[in-house]
Design a protein around this ligand. Sequence first.
Ligand code: G3P
Ligand code: CA
Length: 241
Amino acid sequence: MTLIFAHRGSAGTHPENTLEAFYEADKVGADGIELDVQLTKDGEVIVIHDETVDRTTNGKGFVKDLTLKEVQKLDASYKNKKLFRKPKIPLLREVFAWLKTNNLYCNIELKNNIIDYPGLEEKVVEIIREFEMEHRIIISSFNHYSIVHCYQLEPRIEIAPLFSSTIYMPWVYARSLRAKSIHPNIRAVTDEIIKVAEHNGVAVRPYTINKESLMKRLFQVNCSAFFTDYPEKAIKIRSQL
Ligand code: G3P
Ligand code: CA
């Protein structure tokens, strides 16, 4: 069965990367969530997509220049201001505390392909170990050196390279990294690439699948999973097939 991962939570209906968006993913029956992490000035692992807080909050500035205390004062309601009462940027730990109450998978994307956050890999792996979540987590990144670093720190945690352009035989590349899966932009993979990768034991989880036609296509090729901003819609379509 093709699993459905709620991208940045249920980002199409709720403020992305907030607990509210993750709760919604669970409520509608998603199999997993995806989230993005960056490091604050004082070295805390927080859940936010961009390198700055400008787009998704009422604040301004780079995450790396703000302390946790400063970040926690921000309203992360983004464009859903009227519907949600001041959601916060969560710590990774806060999301994990909630994940311990359910069985959702969690894909952590390390957002260290633009800004290098020294120590991010160690901190994330330490939190995963503390919560004993090694078998429910997939660590991905566009920074492939970083995911290999994570694998070296903790080989029990699955790693997956993210890529946005087509690469030759991505299942061979994945194996060279010790990755059990790949997370391509949907435009970077054909049905044939998906099938051959899966046949070679490499799970394929494309992003970001919001159109019904694409969802149906991936269910039909029996792709391992995909990321969507609309998990409720994806689950409905899957149940009708
Ligand atoms: O993990 C897939 C996807 O989240 C990567 O792109 O920009 O949404 O973080 P982005
Ligand atoms: Ca992401």
